[in-house]
Design a protein around this ligand. Structure first.
Ligand SMILES: [Mg+2]
Length: 226
């Protein structure tokens, strides 16, 4: 067995964040009385993406990010909503979402039966991640869940991966990072000299600066590697 420890990202790798986010927004629309449409979601994604980029590059704390994206969203659409309340509702509703990426359960079940040590490495919000692990019944597969907000550092920083590897008492050669995001998962693995699998579900181009060890287009293809 070349790898012993599998470090899985959560959002859009195992848990279907995109579907959960849409359902969450539809519920927010009902609570706060605004229409959820393509234009609204597109704008929110631009705002949200910028906040996460600032967080991953160390310019924002996660606490600020959480509320700031809603503050900017509310301002943009000139809505009369309290951003702190909206963030609370967003996280609460998101925590109950049960959408998973195709074959998530099959993959986690198969790999754990094969004897791999499965860990979760996620930059998501602790409440939303723990809630969805429970709601999707995938909690049982993870020996540890490393949520960046609780660790004070995040992917792609070397410090984050150092802490994880130290905690599981592993060297980088025995680990494999599996994730959908080049900027956090693959870059983080590269920074820490860990092999990686890029889950490219939507057939995106791979910019030259990123060098995942493997590229797959669906989760089931992990079984060709492991
Ligand atoms: Mg992800």
């Amino acid at each position: 067995m070349k790898y012993k420890h599998l470090l899985f990202d959560a959002d859009n790798t195992l848990l279907d964040f995109s579907k959960g986010e849409i359902d969450t927004f539809e519920e927010l629309g009902r609570i706060y009385n605004f229409e959820v449409n393509e234009k609204i979601m597109k704008e929110y994604h631009i705002i949200n993406k910028k906040c996460w980029k600032d967080y991953e590059e160390g310019r924002l704390s996660q606490d600020v990010l959480r509320v700031l994206r809603f503050e900017n969203f509310i301002k943009h659409f000139n809505l009369n909503i309290d951003s702190i309340e909206m963030e609370k509702d967003f996280t609460r509703i998101l925590s109950t979402q049960t959408h998973v990426i195709k074959d998530t359960h099959l993959i986690l079940d198969t790999l754990s039966k094969k004897g791999y040590q499965i860990q979760m490495i996620t930059n998501g919000l602790a409440e939303a991640q723990y809630g969805r692990l429970k709601a999707t019944n995938t909690e049982k597969y993870f020996l540890n869940v490393y949520v960046s907000g609780e660790m004070g550092c995040q992917k792609p920083d070397i410090e984050y991966f150092d802490k994880v590897l130290e905690d599981i008492k592993a060297d980088n050669k025995s680990c494999l990072v599996i994730g959908d995001r080049l900027e956090s998962d693959i870059k983080g693995a590269m920074n820490s000299n860990i092999d990686s699998v890029w889950l490219n579900l939507h057939n995106a181009d791979l910019p030259k600066e990123y060098k995942p060890t493997y590229v797959i287009s669906d989760l089931i293809s992990l079984l060709d590697i492991l």
